[in-house]
Design a protein around this ligand. Structure first.
Ligand code: GTP
Ligand code: MG
Length: 196
């Protein structure tokens, strides 16, 4: 049983928690399945709110796991119906978040396994590299693909990001979740050992 609790829905930097515990961030396009994956990993379908309507998560939501670290659910980007102002606000908040959080130990960057990644996905990837924030890539909703489609999608997406491999995940079946947990725990261990 995983102990998970909602902490805060941050709409400005002053809302960000100050505990200084490690943060695992879920980032990606609107509707890609960030909140659903958090729920699956935490084993609690009601933890983060999900919706088939894109743009469900509009603030930065912090969930404390085992009292020891945060899962951070970001609002999705690329939501066509969001107004210019909302997009600007989103950008500002996310930029401030990534640029001022030394406690971020890992960003789980999600892309949809059924669609080619977009420019926004590549820009996020480049930006995280520039900020030297560790990132793992996962392709969501892999349950919607056949085995053949899955391996083809995995190769194509990895190639487009210039990486060797990535995780094919599903909030529906739990595929890939074991590997994601493994990397989450490794990322936290690295921070702990750096602290001494
Ligand atoms: P925003 O909060 O709008 O940025 O979206 P999000 O990335 O948090 O997506 P969310 O988890 O709300 O999921 C969007 C839709 O995709 C919902 O209808 C989910 O049920 C569905 N979904 C998410 N993950 C999976 C998955 O692994 N498999 C399938 N089949 N559906 C999924
Ligand atoms: Mg969400």
């Amino acid at each position: 049983m995983i102990q998970a609790e909602f902490v805060i829905s941050a709409v400005s930097t002053s809302d960000f928690p100050r505990e200084g515990i490690p943060e695992i961030v879920f980032a990606g396009r609107s509707n890609v399945g960030k909140s659903s994956l958090i729920n699956r990993l935490a084993g609690n379908a009601k933890l983060a709110r999900t919706s088939s309507t894109p743009g469900k998560t509009q603030s930065i939501n912090f969930y404390r796991i085992h009292g020891a670290f945060f899962f951070v659910d970001l609002p999705g980007f690329g939501y066509a119906k969001a107004g210019k102002f909302a997009v600007q606000q989103w950008k500002k908040l996310i930029e401030k978040y990534f640029e001022n959080r030394p406690t971020i130990v890992l960003v789980i960057q999600l892309v949809d396994s059924r669609m080619p990644p977009t420019n926004l996905d590549f820009r996020l990837s480049e930006w995280l590299a520039k900020l030297k924030i560790p990132r793992m890539l996962a392709a969501t909703k892999s349950d919607k693909l056949s085995n053949n489609q899955r391996s083809a999608a995995m190769r194509a997406i990895a190639k487009s990001f210039g990486v060797q491999s990535l995780i094919m995940s599903s909030a529906e079946t739990g595929a890939g979740c074991k590997e994601i947990w493994k990397q989450v725990l490794q990322a936290i261990a690295v921070l702990e050992s750096a602290k001494g």
